[in-house]
Design a protein around this ligand. Sequence first.
Ligand code: HEM
Ligand code: ISQ
Length: 144
Amino acid sequence: VAFSDKQEALVNGAYEAFKADIPKYSVVFYTSILEKAPAAKNLFSFLANGVDPSNPKLTTHAEKLFGLVRDSAAQLKASGAVVADAALGAVHSQKAVNDAQFLVVKEALVKTLKEAVGAKWSDELSGAVEVAYDELAAAIKKAY
Ligand code: HEM
Ligand code: ISQ
């Protein structure tokens, strides 16, 4: 897909806003996921004791996922396509992660970045994040 310099800059800016307070925004992210999909608690061992922002596993996993969405935007701008690590496909196919779950994570991602970005949030930014996420999710699912 076509992805402009501006779209990449918007996704980068949103990622920087998330990075400004990773514990805070990780709580927003996981809370949103658990609201829509309470069973996600059983998928991630680090959620066993609830959404604890002082648990480094919780923040590290969120940071990795948000970082991959940012990388996806960079790949889209550079080549118009996203390639995901084979291992990333393998993990998710083994856990039988489905489209409904990908949607829950996408909605939580958008909600979290919206809160992080604040007044600078826009439809254009939302759209750029969604394309970067959707193309990354498609690349992961290619390995199924
Ligand atoms: C593992 C990224 C979507 C469930 C992982 C890992 C990464 C990752 C990098 C490797 C372990 C780690 O976190 O370091 C992503 C990305 C996604 C995505 C970029 C979306 C584009 C999902 C969805 C689910 C899911 C929708 C299901 C709700 C899992 C599970 C693991 C995992 C269960 C294994 C966790 C463990 O046991 O350590 N994912 N993921 N992922 N992911 Fe995802
Ligand atoms: C999916 N895969 C890996 C890590 C994650 C962290 C939070 C929410 C979803 C995730």
